[in-house]
Design a protein around this ligand. Structure first.
Ligand SMILES: [Zn+2]
Ligand SMILES: [Zn+2]
Length: 240
């Protein structure tokens, strides 16, 4: 009975407010969910070969560091992104974060899980940690987009999600608004460990929605490594 009511209610809502693609804003087809097929197909993979460290595309084969790597020292073991931050991928992330549509999170988490299986299949991860937001920003947005993405990945990959380990203790400016030389400084001291025990000697998969300069995930990786994690790999949905 309850289920029938839910369906009726959904039908009613869909009739008056047809669901729109989170990327292009067009009306979704019957079999389409959150992001339309055309937009999904236009997501562009990061072109290989990749920098073995930061995952930047279009470098020399087997290059271990590149111009795009964060300023040294680099604390993560490798970073990878599924697609380039442009076009419909950029729009979908924008809709998730700024138009507050949390249902976009799992849509980004699924291709990340497939990427994990396809490209990082040799790695065994003990736990997944999303890059945390400062509590004031999370309260304003109502959720942490990285956690929504990470939740879906953890569910599909059967890897424990431990968001409680890492906290953001400093409210930082958005990295994109800063010149490159200020970005490292902006995130310095932004994170702290709440509990170290779950990461001791473990291989951690650190998740974020977008990789911009790598300074944010590098700072989070520093805290995890200093807290006892043996290996930290970063996976983001998109890369600038
Ligand atoms: Zn679309
Ligand atoms: Zn690099």
């Amino acid at each position: 009975m309850l289920r029938t009511c839910t369906w009726l209610f959904k039908g009613f809502i869909d009739f008056f407010f047809p669901p729109l693609c989170a990327a292009c804003g067009e009306r979704l087809g019957e079999d389409e969910e959150v992001v339309c097929d055309t937009c999904r197909q236009s997501f562009t993979r990061v072109p290989k070969p990749l920098c073995l460290r930061c995952g930047a595309g279009g470098v020399k084969a087997k290059q271990k560091d590149c111009k795009a790597c964060p300023e040294k020292p680099v604390f993560f073991d490798l970073a990878r992104a599924v697609v380039l931050f442009r076009g419909s991928a950029r729009e979908a992330i924008h809709t998730l974060k700024y138009k507050t549509r949390p249902e976009v999170g799992p849509v980004l988490g699924r291709p990340m899980f497939l990427y994990l299986k396809r490209e990082l299949g040799d790695e065994t991860f003990d736990a997944i940690i999303p890059v945390p937001l400062h509590s004031s920003r999370e309260r304003k947005r109502g959720f942490n987009q990285a956690e929504l993405v990470a939740e879906e990945m953890a569910r599909l990959a059967h890897i424990p999600l431990i968001p409680e380990v890492l906290v953001r203790i400093k409210s930082t400016k958005q990295q994109t608004q800063l010149p490159p030389e200020k970005r490292r400084q902006n995130v310095a001291g932004a994170f702290a460990l709440r509990i170290a025990e779950p990461i001791l000697g473990k291989t951690i998969l650190l998740i974020d929605d977008v990789y911009t300069t790598g300074n944010t995930v590098n700072e989070a990786s520093r805290v995890l490594k200093e807290g006892g994690a043996s290996r930290v790999c970063v996976l983001t949905f998109a890369r600038v």
